[in-house]
Design a protein around this ligand. Structure first.
Ligand SMILES: *Cc1c(COP(=O)(O)O)cnc(C)c1O
Length: 389
């Protein structure tokens, strides 16, 4: 059998070793190490309904391998259930809508991902009460009473506040409240929510997990088989499934997650430090900066601080000049990819951010090239007339 399978060395190997082998099937002579995507709506099923694969909305062998891989990264050496989805929002909706019933209360962050307010509307339409509180200062502790589920997003997107997952989970569990953590920003390499006490680790695989900006994916990992069964059942009911090609691309991309993350995290820190020296830049946030308000809590519970840095330029026009002057950084939403991206977040509306607020995602470029590009664009943006020189 394959020594690197889930029942293998678990914690005893490093992240890079785990990543390149995660989810690979047993070695079979003349078969590829990572079998290609299985394109099948249905599988041969003579006689009684038995075996793992019958219909492509329920199960697919390409998902099975990817689910194993993600589970190994989120909770090395542990017995967990992983369910992949067609997007991060599909995974988030599946957890909330499969667990909460009419009359239940759900606690959300009020500074989380920008689609959470849309989800809130849907929950309320089903008669589910929603309370919100900020991520910072563990403020969700104050509104937990009697809730069915606490939803945590740490670090939060786009403000990069961090809350103490262990502390919140302990308080929630004492009151019978389930805990889910959105692990998108950190990725499983940066943070392992189940080890911090969460019942669910949920994320968009669209961002740093897969890192190439070429697919959408979501996933849910949890220990409890009954909770997992509800989430899996939800996927089947609403059909929020990933395509086999996306699932295979995601698995292929996972092999390099440690390489990508190391470079991206180092680049994010270097950019954050360079920004700190600039007079026109305010509000630099990066949990890896020792001066960041999130740093102490982040350092206790994170294994790496992620690829996203946020900061604020004096006004909208200044931020637009900065964005236009960048050469190595693409103006695009999303984050976590191998090519740096940034955007003036206020252009979307919805997030409570200043007009000059920039969300910056460090890619895998050489650090000195990226920092030089950012500094050059900042210089250029200081001079409103100098755009075309
Ligand atoms: C992008 C994102 C999502 C949604 O993921 P999709 O794959 O776009 O559906 C959820 N949570 C966070 C924190 C995100 O950044």
């Amino acid at each position: 059998m394959n020594e690197y399978a889930p029942e293998g060395p678990g914690e005893s190997i490093g992240d890079g070793t785990r990543a390149v082998r995660a989810g690979l099937p047993e070695v079979v002579k003349n078969e590829p190490p990572l079998p290609g995507p299985v394109f099948a709506a249905h599988f041969h099923l003579p006689g009684d309904v038995e075996g793992p694969y019958a219909y492509g909305r329920d199960t697919n062998p390409t998902w099975t391998l990817l689910e194993r891989a993600i589970g190994e990264l989120e909770a090395p050496g542990q017995d967990v259930h992983t369910i992949v989805f067609g997007s991060g929002m599909a995974a988030i909706s599946a957890v909330l809508l499969s667990q909460a019933r009419t009359g239940d209360t759900v606690v959300l962050p009020d500074d989380g991902y920008q689609a959470l307010p849309l989800l809130r509307e849907q929950l309320e339409a089903y008669g589910i009460h929603v309370r919100t509180a900020p991520t910072g200062g563990d403020a969700q502790l104050d509104v937990l009473d009697g809730a069915r589920m606490l939803w945590i997003e740490t670090p939060s997107n786009p403000g990069l506040d961090v809350c103490d997952v262990r502390r919140l989970a302990e308080a929630a569990h004492a009151g019978g409240t389930l805990v889910a953590v959105d692990n998108t920003l950190a990725t499983p390499l940066g943070q392992r929510p189940l080890e911090l006490g969460a019942d669910f680790s949920v994320a968009s695989g669209t961002k740093g997990l897969t890192g190439h900006g070429d697919l959408l994916l979501g996933y849910v990992v949890c220990r409890d088989p009954q909770l997992a069964a509800r989430v899996r059942g939800w996927r089947k009911i609403v059909g929020a499934i990933p395509g086999p090609m996306e699932a295979w691309l995601a698995h292929r991309s996972l092999a390099t997650i440690q390489l990508r993350a190391q470079r991206q995290w180092a680049n994010a820190l270097a950019v954050a430090e360079a920004l700190g020296d600039r007079r026109e830049v305010s509000g630099v946030r990066y949990p890896g900066l020792t001066t960041d308000p999130s740093h102490k809590t982040a350092a206790r519970q994170m294994r790496g601080f992620g690829s996203v840095v946020s900061f604020t330029l004096p006004d909208r026009a200044h931020a637009q000049r900065f964005m236009a002057a960048l050469h190595l950084v693409e103006d695009a939403t999303s984050f976590g990819g191998v090519r740096s991206t940034a955007e003036r977040r206020g252009r979307w509306g919805g997030d409570a951010v200043p007009e000059g607020f920039i969300r910056f995602s460090a890619g895998a470029e050489d650090t000195e090239d990226l920092v030089a590009d950012v500094l050059r664009a900042l210089d250029r943006a200081l001079d409103p007339a100098g755009q075309d020189c």
